[in-house]
Ligand binder design. Structure first.
Ligand code: UD1
Ligand code: MG
Length: 499
């Protein structure tokens, strides 16, 4: 690393050297700091182990700080040409005239945004900030970045895909809406990593796959662009940010991999998300960036009914650890108490039920629980009793068939689920995205369902697997989605854009 740093002439090589150094420093600093974090009360319980041991949490802080120090030390290198120019009067003047002030402003504002998110993540780890308050904060942290974008690039138009051009024209100028969109990208990138979390190594694992995909994409662009093209500069800029991130993440993953010796905390999730948002925004490829977030987009859409409280959302939705088998199983959320209420589905009352919200109770806090917190897991096959459809087969009466199907999708009068939540449960179950356990007696009342996360969905499809294999599965899914993203961005794009 020393040789690279002393002999390197171009900033990218120096950046590679710094990234290796940052990785080694993170790897060696974490064990040294673990005790200090434990003493400071920055610790968490590993939920998916036989013996519930406490390990240091918030180690993303160490990775984030080493990353920031590395980037601060790197700041002069992209501007070395101006530092090394001779100091005579003419050159001094030329230096002042040609120095890329806007580029420096971009670099500094990007670091300010990342630093703000590291700080917010740390505050969240320490204070457990409520979702409604922390949700918009990444957009606020991205304001310095958006300001630099406005001054330097200021591009607010999007290129319309070829098939839509006869209607919309070649370009659409979104104006201020473009800045709103970029603020939303920052919110999405940070929180989407934080909600795809909770098993050893999964947060850092997914971030590493995304970061490597971004780096490869940058290299493809730099290789294929003609020399001097503006794309080279923006993609180089992206690489300067992403390579040290890969370095510190690798150093962190060694300690966070199963069985974890440290947790990374919300600090790392926010730090990672903001770093991705920064490169996506400043290198002007936020759409390509979102392609690398396909699993996170899916996980967010799947989680939406719980995040927006249509369905109860427990504090932890991580898969349930089965102590007997040492394997992970989907965790469940309680929807209703097991009671002996017979639902009334007589045809005469169907219409009145449609408009009747009476008895459809809101969510009570006590109805929310997590199976992994101690409740016994229901036996999937025995307990899943779907509403009987034998009557449909026996009768050819179309009206009866329709009515029965309607009944199946009709909220129960005394269910604790709201009507909208009831429809969500039914639709998700029909799509095979959740497993619902019904009241054994009537077979109609949903009592429990698996939590709506990609981790639980993978377990539903694969059956119980170990925590380590679940993390590997998520990384494989992320890798496959990156392959799809590359195919869309570099092959399919020719059908919709002129490239
Ligand atoms: C988010 C998720 C929550 C999930 C949690 C796990 C939403 C809305 N929130 O909440 O469902 O349970 O992340 O991080 O989807 N932990 C482990 N093993 C690990 C990592 C974490 O057991 O490998 C546990 C530890 O007890 C740790 C805790 O998760 O203390 C951290 O949870 P935290 O990051 O505070 O949860 P949220 O981000 O609020
Ligand atoms: Mg978290």
């Amino acid at each position: 690393v020393f040789i690279i740093l002393t002999t390197a002439h171009d900033p990218l090589t120096v950046n590679v050297g710094f990234s290796i150094l940052a990785g080694i420093t993170t790897w060696s600093a974490i064990p040294a700091l673990s005790e200090i974090f434990l003493k400071a009360g920055l610790k968490g319980m590993d939920l998916s182990k036989r013996t519930k041991h406490i390990i240091p949490e918030c180690m993303g802080m160490v990775a984030g700080l080493i990353y920031l120090v590395t980037m601060f030390m790197f700041i002069p290198f992209p501007f070395m040409t101006w530092f090394t120019a001779s100091n005579d009067g003419d050159h001094q003047e030329l230096k002042l005239l040609t120095f890329p002030n806007l580029k420096l402003a971009e670099l500094l504002s990007a670091l300010l945004s990342i630093q703000s998110m590291v700080f917010l993540g740390f505050a969240d780890d320490v204070l457990d900030i409520r979702w409604r308050f922390k949700m918009p904060l990444p957009a606020i942290a991205s304001i310095p970045l958006l300001m630099a974008y406005w001054v330097h690039l200021g591009v607010t138009y999007i290129v319309v895909p070829i098939p839509l051009r006869p209607i919309l024209g070649q370009l659409i100028d979104l104006g201020p809406l473009y800045y709103v969109y970029m603020g939303m990208v920052a919110i999405f990138c940070t929180h989407s990593i934080n909600i795809m979390a909770g098993i050893n190594g999964v947060e850092v694992g997914q971030s590493l796959v995304i970061a490597c995909s971004i780096a490869i994409n940058d290299m493809i662009f730099i290789q294929s662009a003609s020399s001097g093209a503006p794309a080279i500069e923006t993609h180089l800029f992206s690489l300067y940010f992403i390579l040290p991130f890969i370095g510190v993440s690798l150093g962190l993953l060694i300690h966070n991999w199963y069985p974890s010796k440290v947790f990374i905390g919300d600090t790392y999730c926010y730090f990672a998300g903001m770093t991705f948002a920064v490169v996506g925004i400043l290198a002007h490829y936020s759409k390509t960036l979102l392609l690398f977030f396909i699993p996170q987009i899916f996980n967010f859409l799947l989680s939406a009914p719980q995040l927006f409280r249509l369905i109860p959302c427990p504090r932890h939705r991580v898969p349930r650890y089965n102590r007997q088998t040492n394997l992970m199983e989907p965790s469940r959320v309680v929807l209703d108490e097991e009671e002996d209420l017979e639902p009334d589905f007589s045809n005469s009352k169907l219409d009145s039920k449609l408009g009747n919200r009476q008895g459809v109770l809101g969510r009570s806090a006590s109805s929310v629980s997590l199976s992994s917190a101690g409740a016994t897991a229901p036996d999937a096959d025995e307990s899943h009793t779907k509403p009987s459809s034998s009557a449909i087969g026996e009768s050819n009466n179309l009206l009866l068939t329709t009515t029965t199907l309607l009944q199946d999708f009709r909220p129960l009068k005394n269910s604790k689920l709201k009507r909208s939540g009831w429809y969500c449960v039914k639709i998700l179950e029909t799509l095979g995205l959740t497993h619902v356990r019904y009241d054994a007696k009537t077979g109609k009342r949903p009592l429990e369902m698996t939590n709506l996360t990609i981790l639980n969905l993978i377990l539903l499809k694969t059956g119980p697997i170990s925590e380590r294999n679940l993390t590997i599965s998520v990384m494989v899914v992320q890798f496959c989605c990156s392959m799809v993203a590359f195919f869309i961005r570099h092959r399919l794009v020719a059908f919709v854009y002129d490239v």
